[in-house]
Unconditional design. Structure first.
Length: 233
């Protein structure tokens, strides 16, 4: 395990690329709660109604256990006073994951009044229902020839990948490497190749923990494979 937080998990695995890609795609099969409709009764801000509706749809909501035909309603009614005011996502209520997310600015005398309705959906129908992103890359294998150990410039330019150990250049973290051999054309003696291991990363938008997102993606993939198996039989 390279990194593990609520928002992000990164690890190295020898899983097949086809399996990794199937898990990556299955993240959009996870049911997620998001704003699907918005009645905008008043909008004196500089943003069009459509833009505000779009921003509402991208606000992460706590992933409540709801049935497909259920909805929750959130209301927002704000009037600007003497100074410029920033309307934040938290003014929609407790269902918002990040209450400090900005929606729009309003000035003195301007009003915004909205009734938003959220429902459960999947990312395969719209990106607003996506809980996050899963991606992977091949793990780099970096070799430093003895006559290249004093190229300290690489440690300064790519501090996440290289470091100086005394006067010698060393590999700090190969998993953080996004370079290839072409990037090393000015540094003879540094060789970068890639093996079959994958650096697998899960990043959550906040509706669920990253580790749970990975588990749910695998669950969704398993369910789809079961359906295919039934059809074949």
């Amino acid at each position: 395990m390279i990194e593990k937080t609520q928002e992000k998990v990164t690890f190295v695995s020898d899983m097949n690329v086809s399996l990794a890609n199937a898990i990556r795609r299955s993240v959009n099969e996870i049911p997620i709660l998001a704003v699907d409709e918005a009645d905008i009764y008043k909008n004196d801000s500089v943003l069009y109604d459509e833009i505000i509706a779009h921003r509402l749809g991208l606000i992460p909501l706590k992933n409540q256990k709801m049935k497909a035909d259920q909805t929750i309603e959130m209301k927002l009614k704000v009037k600007g006073k003497e100074e410029i005011r920033e309307i934040l996502a938290g003014e929609l209520g407790d269902s918002v994951v990040y209450p400090e997310m900005p929606i729009v600015l309003i000035g003195e005398g301007q009003e915004v009044e909205i009734v938003a309705r959220a429902k459960v959906g999947k990312g395969i129908t719209h990106a607003k229902f996506s809980p996050g992103i899963i991606f992977y890359k091949h793990l780099a294998k970096i070799k430093i020839a003895s006559d290249s150990e004093k190229q300290s410039e690489l440690a300064e330019i790519y501090p996440e990948v290289f470091e100086m150990f005394g006067e010698k250049l060393k590999v700090k973290n190969a998993a953080a490497c996004d370079l290839d051999q072409e990037d090393m054309k000015d540094y003879p003696g540094i060789t970068i190749v890639f093996d079959n291991n994958l650096v697998f990363t899960i990043e959550s938008w906040g509706q669920m923990d990253a580790k749970d997102m990975f588990a749910e993606a695998c669950k969704a993939l398993k369910g789809n494979l079961s359906e295919v198996s039934k059809v074949i039989k």
